[in-house]
Design a protein around this ligand. Structure first.
Ligand code: GDP
Ligand code: IMO
Ligand code: MG
Length: 430
């Protein structure tokens, strides 16, 4: 039995939440290890919709431990609000079912303010961030001035740390013409919620080590996707963390061998929210068809997602850079009804054909996709629960994708509902 890490293989919103929820029935512990409330993971169970941002998607199943690892940046107000929301939906959340790493970094109000003011200042070259303060919070962590969950327990140190933090951020906010913060303002608002947050806090690495010794199965839940990774993505149009499964280890405090099978969640076409290159984008009726049929609106910001054809060259690159062992192919049903389907198999750049997305920002903007055209299918695959229910052309599409990306399809998803899922190969059993 291996542990499993679920990551996105494109630009996020591949359906990670649905797959993590499905797989969590086989796991004992579900761990978020990076990102923050920029993520939006949607689960649909018997028609009931859960929208999760910081809480691991295993939270909806009773009897599982949900963990927020040290690699996550936590906005305590957003987290407590999310706990409130899901409680109202009938879920039970307690320190027995949720644990937060006491060494995780906090997102504070000045981070969101700086994020949003910087985006305005960037003008036409804005990244299109979620405005949640993710980038500035990770910057503070790496600059060693950030405030961590455990700091909330030491009031004198906390005050001093806020002062130090504001020295930096108020200078920035002043330069950007935005409102500044006072130490008392930040300190008082943190004091109001510190107890509520600290009840969940503890040494996550220790709890995960106990899980390992007891033979419990761990499911690591990534946020965003490989092409939003700060090293391997379409820099600078990326998020500020490593979105790879490799980061599941450092982002939660386990060794690299504990990560196990890497499942890349992969949409049967491509979407992207925010700015940045997107070689197979379809700014036409095809893009509109995919967006409408796939309900492509962001879970976190409600923004319309950009849509385009499946980019096999890009996903193959994600398979290699992230060490993806197999994929869960989602939203196959959205392609139902198309006469023909295009798959990008490589790019043309300055008259030459290349089989990978180059690192340079300019090259990424200029690559032209090289397409293969294959037959579509008219039958509905929506809600299919077995391979036998799929039309021959859909089977051909899936098999061809496997070849092109050099990874097997371990799971297939055909609707937002939990059980409209086809398992071909159990990631936990290798
Ligand atoms: P995540 O961020 O990777 O968890 O993905 P999101 O939840 O942001 O976006 C995926 C959307 O597609 C959600 O609204 C899901 O309910 C929905 N979804 C997931 N799998 C499927 C599928 O196989 N078919 C269809 N039609 N919708 C799906
Ligand atoms: P899930 O987990 C899609 C994008 C933003 C922006 C860039 C940087 O739901 O797949 P940030 O706020 O992180 O600094 O924004 O990253 N982005 C996502 N896009 N899905 C996500 O998460 C995303 N999280 C961030 O749109 O382009
Ligand atoms: Mg999402």
């Amino acid at each position: 039995m291996a542990n499993v890490a679920v990551i996105g293989s494109q630009w996020g919103d591949e359906g990670k939440g649905k797959i993590v929820d499905w797989l969590s029935s086989r796991a004992d512990v579900v761990v978020r290890f990076q990102g923050g409330h920029n993520a939006g993971h949607t689960l649909v169970i018997d028609g009931v919709v859960y929208k999760l941002h910081l809480l691991p998607s295993g939270i909806v199943r009773g009897g599982k431990l949900s963990v927020i690892g040290n690699g996550v940046v936590i906005d305590p107000w957003a987290l407590l609000e999310e706990i409130d929301t899901v409680r109202k939906q009938g879920l039970e959340i307690s320190p027995e079912s949720l644990m937060i790493a006491d060494n995780a970094s906090l997102i504070l109000p000045m981070h969101g303010a700086v994020d949003r003011a910087m985006e305005v200042a960037r003008g036409s070259s804005s990244i299109g961030t979620t405005g949640r303060g993710i980038g500035p919070a990770y910057e503070d962590k790496v600059a060693r001035r950030g405030i961590r969950v455990c700091d909330l327990a030491d009031e004198a140190l906390l005050k001093q740390k806020i002062e130090n933090l504001l020295l930096h951020h108020n200078a920035l906010l002043k330069g950007l013409g935005a409102e500044q913060f006072t130490t008392a303002q930040v300190y008082d608002s943190l004091m109001q919620i510190s107890g509520s947050l600290l009840q969940y806090a503890g040494p996550v690495w220790k709890r995960l080590d106990e899980a390992r010794l007891r033979g419990e199965k761990i499911l690591f839940e990534g946020a965003q996707g490989v092409m939003l990774d700060v090293d391997h993505g379409t820099f600078p149009y990326v998020t500020s963390s490593n979105t790879m499964a490799a980061h599941a280890a450092t982002g939660s405090g386990v060794g690299p061998r504990s990560v196990g099978y890497v499942l890349g969640i992969t949409k049967a076409y491509t979407t992207r929210v925010g700015s940045g290159p997107f070689p197979t984008e379809q700014n036409n009726e095809i893009g509109a068809f995919l967006g409408e049929k796939g309900h492509e609106f962001g879970t976190t910001t409600g923004r319309k997602r950009r849509c385009g054809w499946f980019d096999a060259a890009m996903v193959r690159q994600a398979v290699k850079t992230a060490g993806i062992d197999g994929i869960a192919l989602t939203k196959l049903d959205v392609l139902d009804g198309l006469d023909e389907i295009r798959i990008c198999v490589g790019y043309r750049l300055a008259g030459k054909e290349i089989d990978y997305l180059p690192s340079s920002q300019i090259a990424q903007e200029n690559v032209e996709p090289v397409y293969e055209i294959i037959d579509g299918w008219k039958e509905s695959t929506y809600g299919a629960r077995s391979w036998a229910e799929l039309p021959a052309a859909a089977v051909k599409y899936v098999r061809h994708i496997e070849e092109l990306i050099d990874a097997p399809v371990a799971m297939l998803s055909t609707s937002p509902e939990r059980d409209d899922t086809i398992l071909m190969r159990d990631p936990f059993v290798q």
